[in-house]
Design a protein around this ligand. Structure first.
Ligand SMILES: Cc1cc2nc3c(=O)[nH]c(=O)nc-3n(C[C@H](O)[C@H](O)[C@H](O)COP(=O)(O)OP(=O)(O)OC[C@H]3O[C@@H](n4cnc5c(N)ncnc54)[C@H](O)[C@@H]3O)c2cc1C
Ligand SMILES: NC(=O)C1=CN([C@@H]2O[C@H](COP(=O)(O)OP(=O)(O)OC[C@H]3O[C@@H](n4cnc5c(N)ncnc54)[C@H](OP(=O)(O)O)[C@@H]3O)[C@@H](O)[C@H]2O)C=CC1
Length: 498
């Protein structure tokens, strides 16, 4: 009898773990679709991240604002949502139950894991190596930056690109594995185009921020909590990323190298190694920065050693699966993400996943790939909720259109950047060709063509070409007769294909 009451109570009960974009979007969608069902959003972070002002820039490109809110705001908007602030420490998939740090147990009918990811550091447990993920980690970074003379940044993706451009008042050594900067987003040509911006004076007034700024203050009584949601677009705007030093913006790039060894001052002193001085463009030299006395030294695989105040490891992320894999036979991908199928379902019954925690393991459309991005977290959270609902109602559901074409809009080095489809020829081998148009300091346009059809595009600057190219990619129009005229600046391509 007791058992059947429990089963009855569980009916239609949704539990979502994680208060980032994926989790909040999933919970909102479930709550809206099933107003008489209870939705528990259990999150380790004191604040949740909600998407507001979603704008469809084109069929595939979207932009939105992000608001950090207390859970009560979400509960006010959706009375059937209860936000629980406590980390989940255990999942008992056989019993359809999650347990929080405080020992509270939540039975679920359908569960969605949206616990995000954390920085994948080059070394763990070294106090001089920082990762950047949430507001707490940014606060720590800002605190150290204030008195820093030199910072060494490792990694060549989104965070490194943003930091090397934004940091001021200290020397920056940027160590990258590749020949050119920004390997996760750019080819060598685009990197060359952008690098001029690193040397140029930054615009005095920052461009107006279209998105809500993030607080770096924890709510009272919740200071120092870990496992916050990831930061996202424009996270650095409104934050002071200035060291006290009198340096203008200077970066020295060390290419094709990794970190071999990190030495504390005492260890370095015992070895017969010479640390190199900063070789970047110097405009103002201060005594403290030329000093050889650094708290930490980094030996690179190119044989060079540099001293610095601290190291930022901007070297990707690792999905937060630990509390969930213990005792549960999830199918986990090589990158540590839980595998999900084309219905966002994991290998265990009634358990779904969305956002940074998951690895898309279906056969994707020829023009889409997973990247751990804000937009994909929103899209996956939304689609996971639809799939959970469809399974509950035993209805069929089609894969959402957003997984047809990879589309990302962002900003690097103060340029608008749009990535479409196989923008870097990912997975195409040699069977593709590139069409390029570049005006220094103004725009960089690259089209990836395969068999006369456009399969990807990278647009840097205000090109206004995104909608046209997106359509050409989606429609797979045969463009073989146009050749290089596709990028002829004297032809209004928009009119051409209208
Ligand atoms: C510095 C930075 C800049 C970025 N810039 C961009 C950008 O410009 N554009 C872009 O598209 N993307 C950007 N990203 C990536 C983007 O922020 C992430 O892909 C996205 O936020 C992932 O959302 P999520 O909901 O999957 O995970 P998260 O935002 O990480 O949220 C995970 C949630 O799960 C909670 N959680 C974790 N473990 C547990 C647990 N055991 N129990 C309960 N709750 C738990 C956390 O508290 C958090 O609320 C950036 C990321 C960083 C770090
Ligand atoms: N504007 C945007 O869209 C932004 C997006 N983000 C997102 O936030 C997340 C975190 O950003 P980030 O940490 O920059 O991650 P990214 O995945 O963007 O980049 C990680 C970089 O680190 C390199 N790397 C990995 N391991 C090592 C190592 N041991 N030594 C040296 N280099 C290494 C990678 O090279 P390789 O690729 O060869 O492995 C890659 O260049 C990502 O999902 C990113 O997409 C972040 C900031 C801005």
């Amino acid at each position: 009898m007791a058992e059947s009451r429990e089963a009855e109570a569980m009916k239609g009960r949704f539990v979502v773990v994680g208060g980032g974009i994926a989790g909040v979007t999933c919970a909102e969608q479930l709550a809206a679709q099933f107003p008489s069902h209870k939705v528990y959003l259990i999150t380790a972070s004191p604040l949740i991240k909600a998407v507001t002002n979603l704008r469809q820039v084109s069929r595939a490109l979207e932009e939105f604002d992000v608001e950090e809110q207390g859970g009560s705001e979400l509960e006010r908007l959706y009375p059937n949502i209860s936000v629980v602030q406590s980390p989940v420490t255990e999942l008992r998939s056989q019993e359809q139950k999650v347990i929080t740090e405080e020992g509270a147990e939540f039975l679920y009918n359908k569960l969605c894991l949206c616990a995000g990811a954390r920085p994948k550091l080059i070394v763990g447990g070294n106090p001089y190596v920082l990762g950047i993920r949430d507001t707490d980690s940014v606060r720590d970074f800002q605190r150290r930056l204030t008195d820093a003379r030199r910072v060494l940044i490792v990694g060549n993706g989104g965070i490194a690109l943003e930091l090397v451009y934004e940091l001021e008042g200290c020397q920056v050594i940027w160590a990258i594995k590749d020949k050119a900067i920004g390997n996760t987003f750019f080819d060598a040509g685009a990197a060359e185009f952008l690098i001029d911006q690193l040397k140029a004076e930054k615009p005095l007034a920052p461009p107006t921020c279209k998105r809500t700024k993030y607080t770096t203050e924890s709510p009272p009584g919740r200071e120092g909590s870990s496992m916050g949601s990831a930061l996202g677009p424009d996270w650095h705007e409104g934050l002071d990323l200035k060291a006290k030093g009198a340096y203008s913006h200077r970066v020295q790039i060390e290419t094709q190298c990794e970190v071999e060894r990190i030495l504390l001052q005492e260890e370095f002193a015992q070895l017969n190694i010479t640390a190199l001085p900063f070789q970047g463009e110097e405009t103002v030299e201060s005594d403290s920065a030329s000093s050889s006395d650094w708290p930490v030294y980094v030996q690179l695989t190119n044989g060079k050693t540099y001293g610095c105040d601290f190291i930022v490891s901007a070297t990707g992320v690792v999905p937060n699966m630990e509390p969930f894999i213990r005792g549960n036979q999830f199918d986990v991908a090589e990158d540590g993400g839980v595998r999900v199928n084309d219905h966002m379902a994991t290998s265990l019954p009634n358990i779904y996943a969305a956002g940074d925690i998951c690895t898309a393991s279906w056969t994707p459309s020829a023009l889409w790939q997973q990247m751990r991005l804000w937009t994909q977290a929103r899209q996956m959270g939304w689609y996971a909720a639809k799939c959970m609902g469809a399974e509950l109602l035993q209805q069929p559901i089609e894969m959402d259109f957003c997984f047809e074409l990879f589309a990302h809009v962002t900003k690097f080095f103060n340029y608008k950047v749009i990535l479409l489809g196989k923008y870097n020829g990912q997975g195409l081998g040699r069977e593709h060709e590139l069409l390029l148009r570049c005006t220094r300091g103004h725009e960089y346009v690259k089209l990836v063509m395969q068999g006369g059809r456009m399969v990807g595009a990278l647009l840097i600057g205000d090109t206004d070409l995104e909608e046209t190219f997106e359509n050409l990619i989606l429609n797979q129009t045969d463009l073989s007769s146009y050749g290089e005229r596709l990028l002829d600046p004297n032809i209004d391509i928009e009119d051409y294909f209208d």
